[in-house]
Write a protein that binds this ligand. Sequence first.
Ligand code: TPP
Ligand code: MG
Length: 588
Amino acid sequence: MKLSINRNTFWCDVFVNRLVELGVRYACISPGSRSTPLTLAFASNKSINIFPIVDERSSAFFALGIAKNTQSPVAVVTTSGTAVAELYPAIIEAYYQRIPLIICTADRPPALRNSGANQTINQQNIFKNHIRYFADAGLPNLKNLNFVNDLADSLIINSSVGNKGPVHVNFSFEKPFEPKSYTDKIEISKIQKIFSKSSLVLNKKKQVAIDFDVLAKKIHGIERGLILVGSKYYNKDFTKNLVRFSKTFGYPIFADGSSSLRFGDHSKEYFIDNFTAFARVKNFQKYFDPKLIIQFGGTPTSNVLLEFFKNSNAEKILVNQFGDKNDPSHTAKKIYAINPNDFCTSILKNIGKNITRDSCWLIDLQVMNNKASELKNKLINNAAFPFEGRIANELIKSLPQKSNLMVSNSLPIRDIDFFASSSNKKINVFSNRGASGIDGINSTALGIAKTSNEPTYLLIGDLAFYHDMNGLHNAIKYKIPLTVVLVNNNGGGIFESLPISNYKEFLIENFITPLELDLSKLVKAYGGKFIRIKNWKNFSSAINSSKKNKRITVLEICTNAKKSKELREKYWKAVSNEVDLYINEIKS
Ligand SMILES: Cc1ncc(C[n+]2csc(CCOP(=O)(O)OP(=O)(O)O)c2C)c(N)n1
Ligand SMILES: [Mg+2]
């Protein structure tokens, strides 16, 4: 018996059905005609949660947030033309952060390309510098339906196994696009066969053999070792094994503010949370240069730490699952392509149990860290409202026991790195440090908030917040309870800290670019609640009560970037003096 079908929608149904079999559960879809078959296939599949989003740029960042939080691939659908190009910023971010996005774009039939046909651009491998895999699906071919099944397999393998990241498939469709506009007849037995494919065996890439015995002995022989943990999310097992690793070798840990590792109920004895304050001190580099640095995960956020790393004479080892070169200084001689957790456990296996090392090296760092903590707390407690550094510190103190914190680029991520003290709370920190754009931040945070059971908070500057205004529409549409801490210094406050700040005639108009906007009106237009924070008590109680909110809440703190910069510098100067004093003491 034969069934009448529309070849475009049938083709896409087979494709989406296979993606579902492989675990895809979310699709962000922007409207368009050429993409009708794709849209209908995703929207009619009961296993897919769909998010129709008008602005493709926001849509792709929203998908990025979902994929980050769920750690699974998310589909993004657009029509042809400039709609495709709108996805690029999020694709770039996903590429550098190795987040699996399945980009599905619709196109005219190949014969219409370069012919002046409407809404037709060159979509062939359009993201070629920032994509893990591209496939041209061509026009639907009912004689080779297995092609779309295999295509789905390739997209999942190339986005989620081994060399992870975004992948792109460009589909071509000829009218008609609607399911009841029949184009063909197909045998029912053939349909059953094509919809019941076997499961896919995902072969993880084999890891390169590392002689852990030799490496373990080598590490054991070095007292002055230092561990850096960069900006990636790590699982609980890694935290546990990292703590064991650092205790075994007596190595202090510098955990990036964006790594989540400063937070959680693990032992913090070896965590040096004020490293950004003393890594900038010349004498610290001179007297406390390590012999070995092991860097787990991504590139650290802190410029002074990067400088310290570059100038260090230590042997440097990078450890990350993908063998990525996260070292702008080009001074690390070894990269181990291995999951950091497996690295720690394999080394520890080769070293025997219950070995710990008491070292002066570690104690010195702990003493300096405590001194920096005292100075930091003193400065923070005495700072008049609203010092930007205190916002980061106060936010961590006020967050609930379990939460997500998305931190925007520019000063917010730096202030978390400088001022967020370790805490026993479980805070999942997210950031877009792949390409460090100030675009798409609201949407990324909303994607995280929508798919998480924990309350989600966003720390963001005014320009980044404004940049992704369109993204806020999803908050009202999908009833997402996000709490935004909006640090409003009326422009890009970071430029006050850069050498360009000496060029007064250009600074404000061309770099700081003040918005001079009453953001409360815009937030209200998107159905959000807007609260202007007047003092620290007010701030902490607003954070506390916001977790019960069922919609987006914006807590705006109006700050002065210049004054905040002066206070940061005051703190660093005080730490520098203390470090110098301490070094003189131990030298004499
Ligand atoms: C998409 C994009 N455009 C421009 C930049 C350059 N940039 C970096 S920080 C910054 C200012 C950000 O201002 P805001 O979000 O208010 O944060 P603040 O500097 O005040 O902390 C700009 C424009 C960027 N990183 N990404
Ligand atoms: Mg700003």
